[in-house]
Design a protein around this ligand. Structure first.
Ligand SMILES: Cc1cc2nc3c(=O)[nH]c(=O)nc-3n(C[C@H](O)[C@H](O)[C@H](O)COP(=O)(O)OP(=O)(O)OC[C@H]3O[C@@H](n4cnc5c(N)ncnc54)[C@H](O)[C@@H]3O)c2cc1C
Length: 400
């Protein structure tokens, strides 16, 4: 009997899970809260075992073909002189610029289309209003549509997951002490295929990356404890960041000008999620909803893909969804916890407070970029090893 599965959230982890389950013959509906497919987001990396999963899905080539074309990262000073250069070619698939760099929206679209091709249904503009479960299924109420009963509900709702709150309360979100603002700006004369990173005193950074649409993806990073920016309306957030970065130097004035008219401005308090369990009965969590790593690790997207693969694999091994959710957590928890790890010095090194700190940063990055320590550098940036050994669920044979 095909299982009737509800997956909430149509970004990375949810659509990836839908591909596997629909391919295995389950009756899958993906429910997305936004009224339409969310195209936004910046460059995300697929690293290590995340690449293996994409290959097993038969989607590695599609992702490569939709890559951003970023060829590396240049760390620059206020006069745009390079202080350290990390070419993708020199650092391998998991260096500072990963081999598989893609815009989040492009990756999500590839996964959604692959799931639809396997028979998964997508519904936008609705969300779960509540659920109750018994030993045999989950009764779900929706904010807009009529109620329905499922064999399994999986929330892939990202860091702010309301299903996680329903299952486990407010606990689990941990701020890292960084604000990040993302938006798209017109391409400037200095914007080429290399990303550029500029650090200004006061824990501020400006990061510019190429995309494949002839525009530039900008990120402003500010190292500080949560101070309420997240509660401001978008105009207030823009004003706060304009004031914060007004005297940063380098190309910041044109970045701020672009920010004012960017249609996709988005600000987040960077944080992680660490909760004691990822499921209750037949309701489970996957991706950022369960174990958000924060963009600082570069592992969020890879873990979303890996988690979907492991959950689908464990569901293929037993007819009991609750047992599959428990087995998935046993396999996935150590992988997710390792992926959440980042050098604690990272935020301070990348966002120094003082000019002296910036000089130290340039020195350290210059050494890290040198030929003699490249392998170590790759390890620090992205976990250069191929990642965990993934269980073989027999799905490789069914892929492609
Ligand atoms: C618009 C957007 C832009 C992003 N930009 C970046 C970026 O630039 N850099 C980066 O490193 N990471 C970014 N991320 C996060 C990145 O996608 C994740 O860290 C990672 O890929 C794991 O994805 P996920 O599917 O678990 O969660 P997410 O990508 O966070 O997706 C969660 C999805 O669930 C939907 N949702 C939320 N609540 C509900 C609900 N109650 N019911 C139904 N649907 C719900 C959201 O609208 C979203 O589509 C972005 C995410 C989004 C949604």
């Amino acid at each position: 009997m095909p299982r009737k599965v509800l997956v909430t959230g149509a970004s990375v982890a949810g659509p990836a899970l839908a591909v596997w389950l629909a391919r295995a013959g389950d009756d899958v509906t993906v429910l997305e809260r936004s009224p339409a497919f969310r195209d936004g987001g910046q460059n995300v990396d697929v690293r290590g075992a995340g690449r293996t999963v994409l290959a097993r899905m038969g989607l590695e080539r599609a992702v490569k073909e939709h890559g951003t074309g970023e060829t590396g990262i240049r760390f620059v000073d206020g006069d745009d002189r390079s202080v350290a250069v990390f070419e993708q070619d020199a650092f391998g698939a998991d260096g500072p610029t990963a081999e598989l760099e893609i815009l989040r929206g492009d990756l999500a679209r590839i996964l959604v289309e692959a799931g639809r091709a396997e028979g998964a249904a997508y519904r936008f503009g609705d969300h779960v209003a509540g659920f109750t479960q018994d030993g045999a299924g989950v009764e779900v109420d929706f904010a807009h549509g009529p109620p329905a009963r499922y064999d399994l509900v999986v929330a892939a709702e990202g860091i702010g997951s309301s299903t996680r709150r329903r299952l486990l309360g407010e606990a689990g979100r941990r701020p890292i002490g960084l604000y990040m603002a993302y938006f798209t700006i017109p391409k400037g004369a200095g914007d080429g295929p290399m990303a550029r990173w500029f650090a200004a005193p006061g824990g501020r950074s400006v990061f510019l990356r190429p995309d494949r649409y002839g525009t530039t993806r900008a990120t402003l990073v500010s190292r500080q404890a949560p101070c309420g920016y997240e509660d401001l309306p978008p105009d207030g957030q823009r004003a706060a960041f304009r004031a914060l970065f007004a005297d940063a130097g380098w190309e910041t004035p044109r970045v701020l000008e672009g920010m004012d008219s960017a249609p996709d401005f988005y600000l987040e308090t960077v944080g992680q999620v660490r909760v004691a369990r990822w499921s209750e009965g037949r309701v489970g969590l996957v991706g950022d909803a369960a174990w958000a790593t924060g963009p600082i690790t570069g592992m969020g997207t890879s873990l979303g893909l890996i988690g979907a693969y492991v959950l689908a694999g464990e569901l293929g091994r037993t007819a009991d969804p609750a047992a599959a959710l428990a087995a998935y957590e046993a396999v996935m928890r150590p992988i997710a916890e390792k992926g959440q790890d980042y050098p604690r010095i990272g935020p301070r090194l990348l966002q120094p407070s003082t000019r002296f700190g910036i000089a130290v940063q340039h020195l350290v990055l210059g050494i890290a970029a040198s030929k003699s320590v490249r392998r170590l550098t790759s390890r620090l940036f992205g976990g250069a090893e191929d990642g965990p050994d993934l269980p073989d669920y027999g799905t490789a044979a069914r892929a492609a």
